[in-house]
Design a binder for this molecule. Structure first.
Ligand code: UT7
Length: 345
């Protein structure tokens, strides 16, 4: 493996004596299912193209009136239940589809979960949002700002997708996942190991919703048709996704003192089955060690990893003691990786 041509980003470990430990996990997908055949009925595409190019067969979507906070509250509630906790000291929500441009969605989620006046804020890192939010939550714990943090990642991604854009409409879907963190020690199961995060804003145009922000509003120019929707340069994104998730994973493994063969389970952002396969192949992690749910949930943006962890823990493909490697990549560009040993939940 040749050295990456970009800075992978800093790597963080827990400070001596105070680590963030996962004590609960939860996930939620809205009940409405859209199959490939449903999409074929209204788009110039085919079940065969979608399955072979993305690995997706069906996905869950919100119906009108359902917002990101609705998904986040349900996932958060389930994570708190799993942690046998009813109170935390902070809520961090990763999302690309906040309920409103202003204010942040996290305070509403905290209020609806009955968490009182705890600090609650959003993190915007698109498909890497969960790893950034996890790092933020772990940071609150590491510096003593909190002893318990609810980290949620939720996206109603289909609300920003152009329903007529076949290159994105077949991939993106809706869902939420959450974990509860508490202060503990680095040698405990569930303790976050190395966390690697990076970004490259030179390539911010590869994945964007061009309209709706201060750039377009301040210009006073009406947005071009379609600019209110999510746009992605698929091919280029694909290449960067493979390179950056591989590099971040290798850095995280090296910092943890693990080799790829030490990894029991690999949980990558479910961007596209071919991307996941390419990253795993470069890392030397066989398919039997890869966790995947993309076939039935699609690409749920930031929610992807915690939703995968929740579903994998529920179906038994992820069990206590598994050495786990997480990695994600998306708009920003932003990417990351992290290691941990899965706890008994
Ligand atoms: O989650 C955050 C980051 N996102 C990602 O990592 C996603 C990265 N990219 C991808 O997953 C893939 O690039 C896509 C799934 C978006 C596209 O797959 P691809 O194999 O890279 O296809 P392509 O963009 O190179 O397009 C190949 C052909 C094109 O037709 P021509 O120009 O060769 O005639 C597209 O117009 O496939 C066409 N195409 C479709 N055909 C049928 C694009 N979308 C579709 C579709 N059905 N849904």
């Amino acid at each position: 493996m040749t050295a990456p041509t970009f800075p992978v980003g800093p790597s963080f470990g827990a400070p001596a004596g105070r680590a963030a430990v996962i004590t609960g996990v939860g996930g939620y997908v809205p009940p409405t299912v859209v199959t490939n055949d449903d999409l074929v009925a209204r788009l110039d595409t085919s079940d065969e193209w979608i399955r072979t190019r993305t690995g997706i067969a069906s996905r869950h979507v919100v119906t009108p009136g359902t917002a990101t906070s609705d998904l986040a509250v349900e996932a958060g509630r389930r994570a708190l239940k799993s942690a046998q906790d009813s109170q935390v000291d902070a809520v961090v929500l990763a999302t690309t589809t906040p309920d409103h441009p202003c204010p942040a969605t996290a305070p509403a989620v905290a209020a609806r979960l009955g968490l009182g006046g705890v600090p609650a804020f959003d993190v915007a890192a698109v498909c890497t949002g969960f790893l950034y939010a996890l790092a933020a939550g772990a940071g609150f714990i590491a510096c003593g700002l909190a002893n318990r943090v609810l980290v949620v990642a939720a996206d109603a991604f289909t609300t920003i997708i152009d329903p007529n854009d076949r290159s994105t409409a077949v991939i993106f879907a809706d869902g939420a996942g959450a974990v509860v963190l508490r202060a503990g020690t680095a040698d405990e199961p569930g303790a976050l190991g190395s966390v690697v995060l990076g970004s490259d804003g030179e390539l911010s145009d590869l994945i964007a919703v061009p309209a709706g922000g201060s750039r377009q509003r301040s210009s006073g120019v009406r947005p071009q048709p379609g600019d209110e929707f999510f746009q992605m340069a698929g091919r280029a994104t694909y290449r960067h996704a493979v390179e950056r998730m591989t590099a971040a994973s290798l850095r995280s493994l090296a910092d943890t003192g693990w080799r790829p063969e030490d990894v029991d389970r690999f949980a990558a952002h479910q961007a596209n089955a071919r991307i996941l396969g390419a990253v795993a192949e470069r890392l030397g992690i066989g398919w039997e060690r890869q966790l995947s749910n993309i076939e039935h949930v699609g690409n749920t943006g930031g929610a992807s990893i915690p939703l995968l962890l929740d579903q994998s823990a529920a179906d038994g493909s992820l069990t206590a003691g598994d050495r786990l490697l997480l990695t994600a990549f998306g708009g920003g560009l932003a990417w990351g990786a992290a290691t941990l040993t899965w706890p008994e939940l």
